[in-house]
Ligand binder design. Structure first.
Ligand SMILES: [Zn+2]
Ligand SMILES: [Zn+2]
Length: 149
């Protein structure tokens, strides 16, 4: 769960956080937690409003579309949101809280899930799988290839 504690925030400050999203919170059916580092410039404004501007850093395991191997890729996403006490509107980047802490789990999870590209390649030079025998050609040529030459 990602909870931002607001009582210690005063005026303008830089805040660093380390967060963990559990598989259940990610809701992706995986079994590994996701670890996130976040850095924000926080501006505590009048009327219990907090402006968070910064970035999230995390690594995701993705499946290559060409060779089907799992590979890791690191992401750096810029984020900007506002926490507003007792907010009643429906702006996407304004998050309501009602006491001294704000649960931003869903908001952060959604940013991470939408950052995953539709297409993923382990490398620009990925050679993919052999159409005939299915061998991963990044790991060496297969017999079929030789026959064509
Ligand atoms: Zn690949
Ligand atoms: Zn082959």
């Amino acid at each position: 769960m990602i909870i931002l504690h607001l009582s210690a925030l005063d005026k303008v400050s830089t805040q660093e956080y380390e967060w963990e999203l559990t598989p259940a919170e990610l809701g992706e059916g995986g079994n590994e937690s996701l670890f996130i580092k976040a850095v924000f410039e926080v501006n505590a404004m009048k009327n219990r409003q907090y402006d968070f501007k910064g970035k999230l850093c995390y690594g995701l395991k993705l499946k290559c579309d060409r060779c089907l191997e799992i590979f890791s890729r690191s992401f750096e996403e810029n984020v900007h949101f506002i926490l507003k006490k007792d907010y009643e509107g429906n702006e996407l980047d304004i998050i309501r809280f009602n006491d001294l802490a704000c649960n931003v789990t869903d908001y952060i999870r959604d940013i991470i899930l939408t950052s995953v590209p539709m297409k993923n390649l382990c490398s620009e030079k990925c050679r993919g799988l052999c159409e005939k025998c299915g061998k991963n050609l990044n790991k060496g040529a297969c017999g079929c290839k030789k026959q064509e030459e």
